[in-house]
Structure formats: structure tokens, C-alpha cells
Design a protein around this ligand. Structure first.
Ligand code: 5GP
Length: 194
């Protein structure tokens, strides 16, 4: 069977015929995730937060983040409709899977891979707040701050990035590329960050 992604060289992968260039290395992601985990551990000392991962993209970041937290914490997942195979957000957010946990009076941290327009996070926060949590905060590995359409409170942000399409470390392009250890961006957008 033909591979849908090809490692072209040390710096480049080809996914669905498009070239992506390495942007954030696994090392960089690891050390920033550790910092965020330490910060959460300090902020929630004496509490038992529940991390709500947003599927599918956030599962890798969430698993690393959770292992960087050294206080008791729990996990649950929700799933929203995704981009499909496109690179531009449809802005049409639907819930495909609800959380199972009862989050009333719980300290909730919503964990996203990336906040782009903010529409998904805004939708999630309004859903979650209806359940009456004791507190509600957000963590995202990446924030495309220039793409914001709705301002959402983001307490734990890994990296602010410019408005570029990225893949790897849980993020996909048409379901491909999530298993890349590093994060890559579309090569024809590289000049925007140099
Ligand atoms: P928003 O609702 O903030 O526009 O988009 C949030 C969701 O869009 C993320 O959870 C992620 O699934 C997807 N997304 C946004 N930007 C990118 C990107 O650059 N690459 C990938 N793979 N997904 C993205």
C-alpha cells in the first residue's frame, strides 16, 4: 500500500502531496510541556483537577502534560467535529462525543492541541460552564493568536504561533501525520516566519 506520509529528509515530510517543514522539535515540545505541568501542579496544589482532552488532536499533548503533573488529577475526553481534510476552519462546531464525568463542583482544565479562531474553545467553555464546575480553565499547546475570531481565556499556552497550518504531535492533515514526534508547517508558508 502506498504511504500517505513520507519522511523526505531530516527536516521535511510530504503529506498528501504537500511538503511540510520541521517547526517545533520534540525536545522543544517536551520541555515546554514540562513547564506547563509544573505550573499546573503549583496552581492546583491541594486540589484534584480533571483534565478534559479534546479529541482527536489533543491526546498526545494531554498524555505528556498529564505525566508532567505531580499532583492527583483525573482525565476525560470529548470530541468535536473537525476540519475534515481541509486546512481552513469551517467554524461549524458540533459535539461528537460528550464527557462521561460529572464535573459539577470540580476543577476543570480543558486541554486543546491548538486554538485557531477560538470558536471550538468558546463552544466547549459554554457547554462546560453549564455543568457548574468549581473552576474552569484552559490549556492549549498552540495558539494562533492572529486568527482569533472569539476571544477566549487561555491560562496555559505552550506556544503562540503565527497563522500557519501545522501537523504532527497529535495534529493531522486529513487524519494523517498525527504520529509525527515533531510539529511541521506547510513549507510554502515558511517565509512568513523568517
Ligand atoms: P478553532 O475552532 O479554534 O478555529 O479550531 C480549533 C481546532 O481546529 C483544533 O482543535 C484543531 O483540531 C483544528 N486546527 C486549527 N488549526 C489547525 C492547524 O494548523 N493544523 C491542524 N492540524 N489542525 C488545526
Amino acid at each position: 500500500m502506498e504511504a500517505t506520509f513520507l519522511v523526505h529528509d531530516e527536516q521535511t515530510v510530504i503529506i498528501r502531496g504537500e511538503r511540510f517543514r520541521k517547526y517545533l522539535t520534540a525536545e522543544t515540545l517536551k520541555s515546554r510541556t514540562k513547564e506547563l505541568g509544573a505550573q499546573i501542579s503549583a496552581d492546583y496544589k491541594g486540589k484534584k483537577p480533571i483534565l478534559i482532552g479534546v479529541l482527536n488532536g489533543a491526546f498526545i499533548f494531554l498524555s505528556d502534560l498529564m505525566r508532567s503533573i505531580d499532583i492527583d488529577c483525573e482525565v476525560d475526553f470529548m470530541k468535536l467535529s473537525s476540519y475534515g481534510a481541509n486546512k481552513i476552519s469551517s467554524g461549524d462546531v458540533k459535539e461528537l462525543k460528550r464527557i462521561d464525568a460529572d464535573i459539577k463542583d470540580r476543577h476543570v482544565i480543558v486541554v486543546e492541541d491548538i486554538v485557531d479562531t477560538g470558536l471550538s474553545m468558546d463552544f466547549i467553555l459554554s457547554q462546560m460552564s453549564e455543568a457548574g464546575p468549581a473552576s474552569l480553565k484552559t490549556a492549549t499547546l498552540l495558539h494562533k493568536h492572529e486568527a482569533t475570531k472569539v476571544d477566549v481565556p487561555l491560562e496555559y499556552v505552550g506556544f503562540k504561533i503565527t497563522n500557519l497550518f501545522v501537523v504532527g504531535y497529535g495534529l493531522d492533515y486529513g487524519q494523517v501525520g498525527r504520529n509525527l514526534a515533531d510539529i511541521y508547517i506547510l513549507e510554502d508558508q515558511m517565509d512568513q516566519i523568517q
